[in-house]
Design a protein around this ligand. Structure first.
Ligand code: ATR
Length: 273
């Protein structure tokens, strides 16, 4: 079988091996997919070793996506713009191609799975780190009326907004500046969920009928997902759908076949009930 893997640090709770095993079974592809804890200082040598010994493709997750971007010999336009790579593929000529499937994965989940329409919507993105950088271009391509990036460190949000300003109406600010503003969709792209914290959102930030989406995923609902439910969000969910969708896009790049995502999302969701 062809060999694939996800590298991250930590990697213990990764669902990617499960997801790709389900995809492989569904599409009849002969492959194995492992998870490996790779700290940043060993990333480059481990990638070279993996591809040098017959490995075909890699996913890279936190905190390795910027390193993967730098390592790639060539990159897709969407990876170029995101400044981060979550998918590496070995080319026939031995070079390494870098792609970023996070943004398209998020959009497929928001649009196709959850039925949310971003056109004309007021969108709030919490956080201004790598996760936000990866989703701004695809979000702006949906033509929201406004896209606000709120971050603890205001300067980072402003810098990101300036960098993506050519793609649409994007502004950066701090959490306190959100007072009095309401949003149809709030996306949590901070690392707060990982430590069980809620970003400091004003209580009335969600417009009536609005939705909440946490890019993180966890076995239990995150504090942000619970916040959305308390505020009567029409949809308040974590990023399990995005995780499966970004994986499907990587699988397509590697194998030339698009797996069906819905049964896989349903399998993973059933395990959490
Ligand atoms: P990632 O690549 O996952 O986005 P990152 O680049 O370290 O990770 O960015 C983490 C983001 O989460 C940042 O926007 C960070 O805010 P700062 O830029 O001010 O550090 C944000 N963040 C982390 N913990 C947070 C918390 N408890 N509340 C709010 N924001 C938090």
């Amino acid at each position: 079988p062809d060999r694939y893997a996800v590298f991250g640090h930590p990697i213990k709770h990764s669902q990617s091996p499960r997801i790709h095993a389900l995809f492989a079974a569904q599409t009849g592809q002969d492959l194995v997919y492992a998870a490996e804890d790779v700290p940043p200082e060993r990333f480059e040598s481990r990638v070279r070793e993996f591809f040098g010994s017959g490995g075909r493709g890699l996913n890279c997750t936190v905190p390795l996506k910027e390193l993967a971007w730098r390592l790639a010999d060539s990159r897709s336009d969407r990876a170029e713009r995101a400044g981060a790579v979550n998918t590496l593929a070995l080319r026939d000529d031995g070079s390494v191609f870098g792609d970023n499937t996070d943004g398209i994965g998020l959009l497929r989940d928001l649009r196709d799975n959850l039925g949310l329409d971003l056109a004309g919507a007021k969108v709030l993105v919490l956080g201004a780190g790598g996760a936000t950088r990866g989703i701004l271009a695809p979000l702006l391509a949906e033509r929201p009326a406004r896209l606000v990036i709120a971050n603890r460190t205001i300067a980072t949000a402003e810098t990101l907004a300036a960098e993506f300003g050519d793609l649409g109406p994007v502004e950066g600010c701090g959490f306190a500046d959100l007072a009095g503003h309401r949003f149809d969709l709030i996306l949590n792209a901070t690392a707060a969920s990982l430590s069980g914290e809620l970003p400091p959102l004003p209580a009335d930030a969600l417009a009536p009928g609005g939705s909440c989406y946490d890019l993180a995923y966890a076995f239990e609902p995150t504090p942000f997902v619970r916040w959305g439910r308390e505020k009567q969000a029409s949809v308040s969910t974590d990023g399990i759908g995005m995780l499966v969708e970004q994986a499907a896009e990587a699988f397509l790049l590697w194998r030339g076949v698009r797996p069906e995502t819905r049964p896989v999302i349903e399998t993973l969701e059933a395990e959490r009930r």
